[in-house]
Design a protein around this ligand. Structure first.
Ligand code: ADP
Length: 500
């Protein structure tokens, strides 16, 4: 039995392949970027063949770099950009249109119509989602409504829909498996997360024929094997494809958040926060999403999901907009040079505020300036502003019924010790930063390796993920409460700014 697993991480701007050994170590990795297509403002597309070519090239490159043979790979797992929508001809395998990318806003009006028709509660009840152009459902409808002949062909059962993992698996298995895993299916606005079935009423609402839909399947099981005759992938023919999850869910797993109350936050340009809620399907009172995290061994795990619009982008703004630092690292150094924020708060509401505030009219604010304030205080306030937003999101998750036990972190800004210490101070919880930050790919590898018998259970995952550092609260709780009070008042100043 070989001990290597290949994870495909098909993202929005690049396709990667990473080969892990059975200790979770990275043996080889390869990455290829591909074209972003912007046909109109706020429209984003990918060529489905660019997705395939870049991913297949990464698979080939990673295998070559590893020095392994294809037969050494015991399983392939997939994680992917979520919600991106493809429709192809079942017979020829040819897409009828480009992939419409999750970021694309072309169906925003369609969503407004659905909301005006009072469908929000029904959608939320069944899918855990808000009605939004991000999700696949309205994108499928757009393709059927706008591509000549597509609706007739779909109604005749000739077309297939899939998100990116579905497209990759269809192509890798030579058209044998048309499936979507539960985590990806739960981002379509067509999938009932309570029953784990496609929902006829929601399909009717969006005029999507159910015959187009992939079979919804668990996240860790054999979906099929790599077909022979795929250009450049001959060595991998016969290797089972046996795990898939959307990128955020895969990261939750790769961070080892396998128990209820464990959460992960990715500190990137913005933040993505997911909390494992176990078998509970909480209904958020703060506009958070409820989603399927995964189903492993017949056990379904759910998650609450929220995002912060501006996080690392605040540091970019200090560098490129305000010009008070020349590198992101300098922000940390300056922040560490002062004992506290000196009463300065920075609310980075550059594009409004998302969950749990939901204020599109809010704008960025710096409050509490005095003649004693320096750029070091502003840098500190910027890092603290990121941590406060994450705290507010996690507080909202706790109000939805699940107590946070630990926050595991990744993403570019998670290198900042001063920010993570402050995060722990205001959250009053441990913050755990792993040694390997390839958590998304590790999650996909784990799903596949579990089905292939490389690992025996979720307990093994704890051993694969190595902790680099734990941050524990150091600040006194009275001081933390007073800091949070200042933040609340600062958010009050930012709120509703452009609304007259
Ligand atoms: P994304 O995937 O969203 O592009 P990354 O995970 O690559 O983001 O993280 C990049 C972000 O991390 C940038 O916005 C940058 O400002 C921030 N960042 C990088 N280094 C630091 C640092 N030392 N301290 C704070 N923020 C940082």
């Amino acid at each position: 039995m070989s001990k290597y697993v290949m994870a495909l991480d098909q993202g929005t701007t690049s396709s990667r392949a990473i080969i892990f050994d059975d200790t979770g170590g990275i043996v080889a990795a390869a990455q290829n970027t591909f074209r972003q297509i912007y046909p109109r403002p706020a429209w984003v597309e990918h060529d489905p063949y660019d997705i395939l070519a870049s991913e297949f090239a990464s698979m080939r490159d990673a295998l070559q770099k590893s020095g392994l043979r294809g037969s050494d790979i015991s399983a392939i797992g997939i994680t992917n950009q979520r919600e991106t929508t493809l429709v192809w001809d079942r017979e020829t395998g040819m897409p009828v249109y480009n992939a419409i990318v999750w970021q694309c806003r072309r169906t925003a009006d369609m969503c407004d119509t659905l909301k005006a028709a009072g469908l929000e509660e029904k959608v939320r009840e069944k899918t855990g989602l808000l009605i939004d152009a991000y999700f696949s459902g309205t994108k499928i409808k757009w393709i059927l409504d706008n591509v000549s002949g597509a609706r007739e062909r779909a109604e005749a059962g000739l077309l297939s829909f899939g998100t990116v993992e579905s497209w990759l698996i269809w192509k890798l298995t030579g058209g044998r498996a048309h499936i979507s895993d539960y985590s990806n299916a739960s981002r379509t606005m067509l999938f009932n997360i309570n029953t784990l079935e496609w929902d006829g009423e929601l399909c009717d609402m969006l005029s999507v024929p159910m015959s187009m839909l992939p079979k919804a399947v668990p996240n860790s099981m054999e979906y099929g094997v790599v077909a022979s005759g795929i250009d450049g992938l001959g060595q991998l023919a016969g290797v089972p494809v046996c795990g898939a999850a959307g990128d955020q869910q895969a990261a939750l797993l790769g961070q080892g958040c396998i128990s209820k109350g464990e959460a992960k936050n990715t500190y990137g340009t913005g933040c993505f926060t997911l909390m494992n809620t176990g078998a509970d399907v909480p209904k958020s009172s703060s506009g958070l999403l409820t989603t399927v995290a995964w189903q492993i061994g017949g056990k379904t795990t759910y998650a609450l999901e929220g995002s912060v619009f501006n996080a690392g982008s605040t540091i970019q703004w200090l560098r490129d907009g305000l010009g008070i630092i020349s590198t992101a690292r300098e922000c940390d150094t300056l922040a560490e040079s002062v004992p506290d924020n000196g009463g300065v708060y920075l609310v980075p509401a550059f594009t409004g505020l998302g969950a749990p505030y939901w204020d599109m009219y809010a704008r960025g604010t710096i409050t509490g300036l005095t003649r004693g304030s320096t750029r070091a205080h502003i840098c500190r306030a910027a890092l603290e502003g990121i941590a406060y937003q994450v705290k507010d999101l996690l507080d909202a998750m706790e109000r939805d019924g699940v107590e946070l036990s630990v926050l595991k972190v990744d993403g570019g800004a998670s290198v900042s010790d001063v920010m993570l210490q402050f995060q722990s101070d205001v959250l009053r919880k441990p913050i755990d930063r792993p040694r390997i930050v390839e958590t998304t790919a590790l999650g996909a590898a784990f799903l596949a390796g579990l089905a292939a018998g490389v690992w025996s259970g979720t307990d093994d995952l704890a051993r694969l993920r190595e902790c680099e550092r734990i941050f524990l609260p150091q600040m006194g709780s009275a001081e933390a409460i007073s800091c949070c009070d200042g933040w609340r008042r600062a958010v009050g100043c930012a709120a509703g700014w452009t609304k007259h």
